[in-house]
Write a protein that binds this ligand. Structure first.
Ligand SMILES: CC(C)(COP(=O)(O)OP(=O)(O)OC[C@H]1O[C@@H](n2cnc3c(N)ncnc32)[C@H](O)[C@@H]1OP(=O)(O)O)[C@@H](O)C(=O)NCCC(=O)NCCS
Length: 193
């Protein structure tokens, strides 16, 4: 297997996702999902993850993604970012500014590039774009402990909200138990109240 250089040696660039990045982006989602979500407790299998991405990885799926990225480029309230290492996409991040809050929709780094600062760099760019006077929320699968730890490092706190997202029902019928984490906006933080 190709070895990945240590943190000091890799050069990371954060860029806005472009329509032609669609295939690489879908691959990052697929590979990272495979390494993150199969779990016996809710019954999410490798096959579930494969099925969930099958259409997204097909020619039509890539074309759909290409179009969504293209349309997204003109949305003022959304940023779709990619983290590149030596010109190849190793991480992706989508964030949206809504009326009442900022939503961190997704942040995924390829398993072999995790722990090398890509997540931090993506978040740094998100911070420049979001409205920090508003709360920033993220939804995390409750057994995804490494992502929960990562978000804690960024300052997110558990809001106590729990639910199961029926939108992400897997082929096996398994669903994801989710939780919400939040960074209070400067307008809502305790020191200002
Ligand atoms: C969570 C994720 C985005 C973090 O990105 P990353 O590039 O690996 O994180 P970084 O290398 O930038 O690390 C940033 C900080 O988080 C910490 N961190 C990252 N992963 C961690 C882990 N598994 N456990 C504890 N801390 C962790 C790092 O130590 C670092 O903090 P430090 O500088 O104080 O040491 C990435 O690991 C990932 O894609 N995971 C799988 C997909 C996923 O779960 N996405 C979130 C879906 S809600």
């Amino acid at each position: 297997m190709e070895s990945i250089p240590s943190n000091e040696q890799i050069r990371i660039s954060i860029e806005t996702a472009q329509p032609n990045d669609a295939e690489e982006i879908q691959n990052v989602f697929y590979k990272t999902w495979l390494a993150t979500y199969p779990n016996n407790v809710p019954g999410v299998s490798v096959d579930d993850v494969h099925e969930h991405h099958k259409e997204k990885l097909s020619e039509e799926g890539i074309e759909k993604s290409r179009k969504r990225i293209e349309d997204g480029l003109s949305l003022e309230n959304q940023r779709f970012l990619v983290a590149k290492v030596d010109g190849k996409i190793a991480g992706v991040c989508l964030a949206t500014v809504l009326e009442d809050k900022n939503q961190l929709n997704a942040i995924y780094v390829l398993p072999e590039f995790q722990g090398k600062g890509l997540g931090y760099k993506l978040w740094g760019e998100v911070l420049k774009f979001i409205d920090q006077t508003k709360d920033t929320v993220v939804q995390v699968v409750i057994y995804n402990t490494s992502a929960i730890e990562f978000y804690k490092r960024l300052g997110f706190e558990d809001t106590g909200k729990r639910w199961t997202d029926e939108k992400f029902k897997m082929k096996s019928g398994a669903t994801f138990p989710e939780m919400e984490m939040k960074i209070a906006g400067s307008n809502n933080s305790k020191s200002n109240s």
